[in-house]
Every structure is written in structure tokens, then in C-alpha cells.
Write a protein that binds this ligand. Structure first.
Ligand code: HEC
Length: 242
């Protein structure tokens, strides 16, 4: 009797599994068919739409908290611009954080507009935070070769290849121009561009702009590299009697 019952039970279980598999397959097929829409261009019915379409605001969509107009009219992006004066971590040389003239150059576009008065004020407001040492000049030369050489020429004579083809009007020589302007004004011009020269603030960090300034002063033999100026020697090599 016992054995019979056991056989019977197993038989029942087998039946149930078969039925279960059969109905699940049919169910899955129906579900799959039901999710197909007649329009081939849409994905059809969506299962758990909250997962496919996030309920949180997406980065570049409109967020009503910041404005209800169209995106083109007001800045209603979910992604906010950094607050004026924000400096990315690690961008500012640590030992120079306290120097206002250095800060002013790293935040130049936030606080100084592309005007003649900013250009003139740059003379007193900005200062090259680096020393004209070998690694600084090497970096400056690297930047110069990539971005400036094509117009200004190898020695800064304004005879770069693009000028020689006459596709571009004459470029002033550094030896003539640089002694007449301050390093702050050079920084302003490289940041905002000047007349036919474009802006380099999008490709060069403030640090690289300062380094290339030393390099152009070096090839033009001006600024700290002018004949008779001893500042070209790194300060720490100066022997004092104290
Ligand atoms: C497409 C050609 C071109 C390139 C590339 C170019 N410049 Fe110039 N640059 C000029 C011209 C033209 C002027 C003269 C602008 C004027 O005063 O009308 C000039 C002027 C300058 C001046 C003098 C600005 C002043 O205030 O009088 C500096 C400094 C300078 N360039 C640096 C650079 C540096 C550094 C680079 C590379 C990062 C560079 N330029 C790349 C064409 C160029």
C-alpha cells in the first residue's frame, strides 16, 4: 500500500510540473506578443516604466525649479553651472592660493570682461605665479609649438607658416610688441584673443598661459629675459651675505 501511494504521489507531482511548464510557456508567449505594438517605431508597452524612464530629472532636461520657459530662453537646465569663482580642485597651485594676483588670473574670465579697461587694469591686477625656470620654459615651448608657432613663427618674428602662405595677414613680431605691453596684458590677450588672434582660454589652462608667456618673453628677449635683467636667474640661486 505504501509503495502504491508513493507512486501515485510522484505521478501527481510529474503532472503538475508538466502543466506548470506548459502554462508558463504559453503565458510568456502571450506576454511577449502583448508587448509588441502595431507601430514599429515605438518600443510598445513597457514593463515597469519607472525603470526605463527615470522619474528623476535628467542632466540636460528642464527642471521647473530653475525656470519654466523653454530651455533656449532661460537657463532651466537641471545641470547647473558652477557658482562664479569656482575653481576645480587641484587646478590652483597650492602654495599660491593666498596671492590675489594669482587668483585673479585663475578666475580671470569670471571677474574681468573683454574690454579695454580690463586690458589696462590687467597690468596691475595680474602676476605670473611661476619662476622662469627650465621646466616652466620647457612647458611653455611645448604649448607654443602646438598653438602659436603657426602664426608667430619659431623665433616670434611673426613669420609662421600660415603667414608665409599669405593666407593670413602679417603678425607683429614679439620683439617689437612685447616690450610695449605688460605680462598681465599678454595674459588678457591670450585669454580673450585680440583682433585677428583668437582666444586660448578654452584650450590652455591659466597655468599654461603663464608658462607660454615666459617662453615668448624668452624668444623675444624681453621681460625677465631682457639684457641686463637678473630676475631670469631663479631666486634661490642668489647668494646673499646675510
Ligand atoms: C592665427 C594666428 C595666431 C595664432 C595661432 C596666435 N596668435 Fe598671437 N597674435 C596674432 C595676431 C594677428 C596678433 C596681433 C593682434 C593685434 O594686435 O591686432 C597677435 C598678438 C599676440 C600678442 C600681443 C597681444 C597684445 O596685447 O598686443 C601676444 C602676447 C600673442 N599674440 C601671443 C600668442 C600666443 C601665446 C599664442 C599661442 C597660444 C598665439 N599668440 C597664437 C595671431 C596669432
Amino acid at each position: 500500500m505504501k509503495t502504491n501511494n508513493k507512486l501515485k504521489d510522484n505521478h501527481l507531482v510529474d503532472m503538475n510540473i508538466h502543466q506548470f511548464v506548459k502554462y508558463s510557456l504559453v503565458g510568456a508567449l502571450l506576454l511577449a506578443l502583448a508587448s509588441c505594438g502595431s507601430d514599429n517605431r515605438t518600443p510598445g508597452r513597457t514593463f515597469v516604466p519607472d525603470m526605463a524612464y527615470s522619474r528623476a530629472y535628467e542632466t540636460y532636461t528642464k527642471n521647473p525649479t530653475f525656470g519654466s520657459d523653454s530651455l533656449a530662453k532661460v537657463d532651466s537646465f537641471e545641470a547647473r553651472k558652477p557658482v562664479t569663482g569656482t575653481i576645480a580642485r587641484g587646478i590652483l597651485p597650492e602654495q599660491l592660493v593666498e596671492d590675489e594676483k594669482v587668483l585673479a588670473s585663475y578666475l580671470y574670465k569670471s571677474y574681468s570682461e573683454n574690454t579695454d579697461s580690463s586690458y589696462n587694469a590687467a597690468t596691475n591686477n595680474l602676476k605670473n605665479p611661476f619662476k622662469p625656470e627650465k621646466d616652466v620654459l620647457d612647458r611653455g615651448k611645448y604649448i607654443y609649438t602646438i598653438h602659436c608657432l603657426v602664426c608667430h613663427g619659431e623665433k616670434g618674428m611673426g613669420d609662421g607658416s600660415i603667414v608665409q602662405t599669405e593666407a593670413y595677414p602679417p603678425v607683429p613680431s614679439y620683439a617689437d610688441r612685447l616690450p610695449t605691453i605688460s605680462e598681465g596684458q599678454m595674459f588678457h590677450s591670450i585669454t580673450y584673443g585680440k583682433n585677428l588672434m583668437g582666444s586660448y582660454s578654452y584650450v590652455l589652462s591659466a597655468e599654461d598661459r603663464w608658462k607660454v608667456i615666459y617662453y615668448i618673453q624668452q624668444i623675444a628677449k624681453t621681460g625677465p629675459f631682457a639684457a641686463g635683467v637678473s630676475a631670469a636667474a631663479p631666486a634661490d640661486t642668489t647668494v646673499t651675505n646675510n
